[in-house]
Design a binder for this molecule. Sequence first.
Ligand code: FAD
Ligand code: SF4
Ligand code: SF4
Length: 501
Amino acid sequence: MAFAITQTCCNDATCVSVCPVNCIHPTPDEPDFGTTEMLYVDPDTCIDCGACADACPVDAIFPADLLTGPLQVYAGINAAFYADREPVASVDPAPNFHRWSPPTFDRAIPSDFAPPDIAVVGTGPAGMYAVEDLLLHTNARVTLIDRLPVAGGLVRYGVAPDHPATKRIGETFSRLHEHPRLKMRLGTEIGRDVSVDELAERHDAVVYAVGASSARRLGLDGEDLPGSIAATTVVAWYNGHPDVPANAVDLSAERVVLVGTGNVALDVARILTADPDDLAGTTIATHALERLRTSKIREVVLLARRGPEDAAYTSPELLALAGRAGVPLVVDDADPRTTAAIEAGTGKAALLRDLGRETVDWTVPPGSDARRIVLRFHSAPTEIVGDTQVRGVRVTGQEGPVEIAAGQVVRAVGYRGVPVPGLPFDDDRGTIPNTAGRVDGRSGAYVVGWIKRGPSGGIGANRTCARETVATLLEDITSGALPVRARRSPVAALAARFRGR
Ligand SMILES: Cc1cc2nc3c(=O)[nH]c(=O)nc-3n(C[C@H](O)[C@H](O)[C@H](O)COP(=O)(O)OP(=O)(O)OC[C@H]3O[C@@H](n4cnc5c(N)ncnc54)[C@H](O)[C@@H]3O)c2cc1C
Ligand code: SF4
Ligand code: SF4
């Protein structure tokens, strides 16, 4: 029986490089890499060696015949990926399977260059993939900086506490913290404690991996009323982020409306409706767990502007939510387009086929004592209603505006980058303008991760992103585009003279 990749896959492709028969796809060099929700094992080619399961940093790979509960569907999901795909896997008859080819050293700094001093700002996935690439492929000395006293970025303060396997990737990253060519500077904010210019003066290059820490706004009346809160705050609150006070989230409302259906919205809905006892053994902040124990929330409504076929969540996250015991996931079928899409099985609408459907009466409080989550599609918020406190949300509906009575609104419409004083900033995209990771108009500065490409993509997407940025940086060092690289170690300079250079 083959192995299968499951829900927590973050697309970092570690498994691809260890599979001896090249049966995990898409691989980073295939055109559809980065466009699929996860990677998939070809069950017809897999030889059951288990190497991928050992290598996976988030424990996403299991023998398909040992999958239980909601994970059972993944045997079929892996196989289905190959149903219409041209065969790409080929087993080399040689004992070592992979074809041998001459080694290449295209990601190294020539030995007659002095070790560069490189600062990496940000200890999230993007910063750590850049650090890994620099430490493993070059002789660079790295200073790793973060404004927070604890390293990890969104792996520590974003990934939901009930996703312990995903959080475990933090252990893979933190092994690099002990590397002899790495110095850590936690609790240091660039742009506040140290300026961009000061950092540049002390290093040959600086890689900014500062993420996207603020929340996108809805631009609606009532958005700043008490009771209207950004998902960024809720996420940081339940993860114990030092910037967010213990009392930042009020759970006294019976109905919470979550604007958005991305994976972050699903995370928030799941945590707000979870049985606190199930969260007790996780990394959830103590203050959040205590407050969840006295929570009045009975219903969380997820509001989607588009139909279920185009929902923003990924299939693995929706499947996990739908398969959770004790908290029903229900679809509001007031709009006939929703039912039509589910019955036709169009796109992601097919995921909702087995869910309960009902036409919810939004004028009355949630009907039962049991907690539940309601998905409402084709419905955009037009106003957050209330005088001194949120009372509800006015939304679009098939037959005109509808007011959903709710005491709390959580805006989950995306994260947004914040400017670093001293660096250029694209205010429309919330990113630092760059070309292949090189900051436009600022020699020696590079970007990686969400601040480079915008706030989307899972942990693994930052690995290919870092690869591109580090390649650009190495190219600049070796081509002499970074002026300081003219400097050479005395021995290397002597050797170069002997070679007549
Ligand atoms: C709520 C949430 C849940 C997620 N869950 C998953 C998941 O389950 N699986 C998955 O694959 N992906 C998940 N992701 C996506 C994943 O977290 C991101 O792809 C990834 O964290 C982006 O990495 P980054 O390094 O660019 O940013 P970040 O992880 O945000 O790291 C940025 C770091 O820079 C530091 N910093 C910022 N400004 C400065 C400054 N001026 N000076 C010094 N330091 C600074 C910050 O403190 C932070 O540590 C989730 C994202 C969110 C928001
Ligand atoms: S997380 Fe990485 S190693 Fe694990 S299955 Fe996904 S791509 Fe493979
Ligand atoms: S079990 Fe072995 S052969 Fe199968 S996908 Fe994993 S690494 Fe490849």
